[in-house]
Design a protein around this ligand. Structure first.
Ligand code: FAD
Length: 413
């Protein structure tokens, strides 16, 4: 009979196991891969943006929903305590642009090493086995069944992650466990994911990356639901890059793609008047050239044929031939490239899963199920997600820490 079984050896599972095992409680961790932290290893392009070194308020503001639910978890383990936790396990970190925290070595493997150190310090045993089901009697958790046998325990922490990047082991098993025992799940959808675009005329832009542009997402009522400056890129299917990934997390579950569109402003730093003056200057300089050469100082060359075509002009026309009205048309396009969304890319390209176990049925002060006693859910399996910047990993640690602490402080009967 164990005190606690943690299912899943990702950041949430490892954190929960370490904390639950304090006070010498017997804790085991079951992971279906042959190693721990397979997804953690690929985070931050292998560098792991392990948290964001900022106030709780900022972390709350980056959640896409369920803010109230996260108060207790963030106040129990905030980003500063998280860094302290890792420092004590020998991980030295650095802060980069946007308060993003990385290991000083730039190696995500060092974060996994720190977790492993914590697990062995608290004598958590790790078994590489896949959990098939939970054992629950009269609404009280009693243990888990794996492919080869079963384990008995007083508490189970489900830390099986979401549904994205399935080759890392996150295949949605926790949703099944939850549903089988009376929990509601919010239908998972892809979050922080590239977007497929209908417009055929962008196909030639494949490979082009844009810096310092503004991306907007506009709904059918012409209300801007997302607006940010930054970087993005064109791909064979549509668009990707930091701005696009963030924008994707603002598409709500019930939105029909025909009801929203993207708009790119190539020159967000210039008002229409200033851009006009700038183009007039360029056109004076290149007055004897073809229009495609007249725009060379203003934008990447691969963008020029696209812009000219959208403005209804010809690449070969002379710059001096461009009328005032035609110039104004060009400006309209440069400030507002409309793109129609056809779909999101699949779960295997989604950084996170939105949706999951409904937090209404979870106690926010302990992470315990309100339906099954002794059953806890932590990390991405819950209906919680944030934007990029280290915020998603902080959700994993904070929810896991709170569950671990609640268990570790429980009187054993
Ligand atoms: C490419 C990529 C880059 C990312 N970069 C960042 C970043 O830099 N910063 C950031 O904050 N977030 C990042 N994220 C998001 C972050 O990785 C996740 O939010 C986080 O890993 C969730 O942690 P978790 O422990 O809840 O789940 P996971 O990390 O998914 O771990 C779940 C674990 O449970 C195991 N498991 C599942 N089912 C079973 C079962 N039945 N039995 C036993 N074990 C099971 C899985 O094998 C897996 O190891 C990134 C995600 C991706 C895909």
């Amino acid at each position: 009979m164990y005190d606690t079984i943690v299912i899943g050896g990702g950041p949430a599972g490892m954190m929960a196991a370490i904390i639950a095992a304090r006070n010498k409680k017997q804790v085991i961790l079951l992971e279906k891969n042959q190693k721990l932290g397979k997804k953690l290893y690929i985070t931050g392009k292998g560098r792991c943006n392990l948290t964001n070194d900022s106030e709780i308020e900022n972390h709350l503001n980056h959640l896409t929903g369920n803010k109230k639910f996260m108060y207790s978890a963030f106040y129990t383990l905030d980003p500063y305590m998280t860094l302290e936790f890792f420092n004590q396990l020998g991980l030295i970190t650095k802060v980069e642009r946007g308060q993003r925290v990385f290991p000083i070595s730039d190696h995500s493997s060092d974060v996994i090493k720190a977790f492993k150190k914590g697990l062995s310090k608290e004598n958590v045993q790790v078994f590489y086995e896949e959990v098939e089901s939970l054992v629950v009697e009269n609404k009280v958790v009693k243990g888990v069944k794996t492919k080869t046998g079963s384990y008995k325990c007083r508490n189970v922490i489900v830390a099986t992650g979401g549904y994205s990047y399935q080759m890392t082991g996150s295949t949605g098993d926790g949703y099944r466990f939850a549903k089988n025992h009376g929990h509601k799940t919010i239908t998972p959808i892809q979050g922080l994911v590239p977007i497929e675009i209908k417009d055929e005329d962008i196909r030639n832009l494949q490979g082009l990356s844009l810096k310092n542009v503004k991306l907007k997402m506009i709904n059918k009522n012409n209300v801007t639901i997302y607006e940010e400056l930054g970087e993005m890129l064109f791909t064979h299917f549509g668009v990707s890059g930091p701005l696009v990934l963030s924008a994707s997390s603002y598409i709500s579950r019930d939105t029909k793609f025909k009801d929203i569109k993207l708009s790119i402003d190539l020159k967000p730093g210039l008002s229409i008047e200033k851009l006009d003056k700038r183009i007039i200057r360029d056109f004076d300089k290149y007055s004897r050239k073809a229009l495609k050469n007249g725009l060379i100082d203003l934008m990447p060359s691969s963008m020029i044929p696209f812009i000219i075509k959208r403005a209804g002009l010809k690449e070969q026309m002379s710059v001096y031939e461009v009328t005032k009205e035609q110039r104004h048309n060009l400006i309209k396009i440069i400030k507002n490239i409309d793109l129609s969304i056809s779909d999101l890319r699949g779960f295997n390209e989604a950084i996170i899963t939105r949706g999951g176990v409904d937090v209404k049925e979870i106690n926010p002060h302990t992470m315990e199920s309100k339906i099954v006693k002794g059953l806890y859910f932590v990390g991405e399996v819950l209906d919680l997600d944030s934007l990029t910047g280290g915020y998603n990993l902080q959700i994993a640690y904070s929810t896991a820490y709170l569950a671990g602490l609640s268990i570790c402080e429980k009187e054993t009967t």
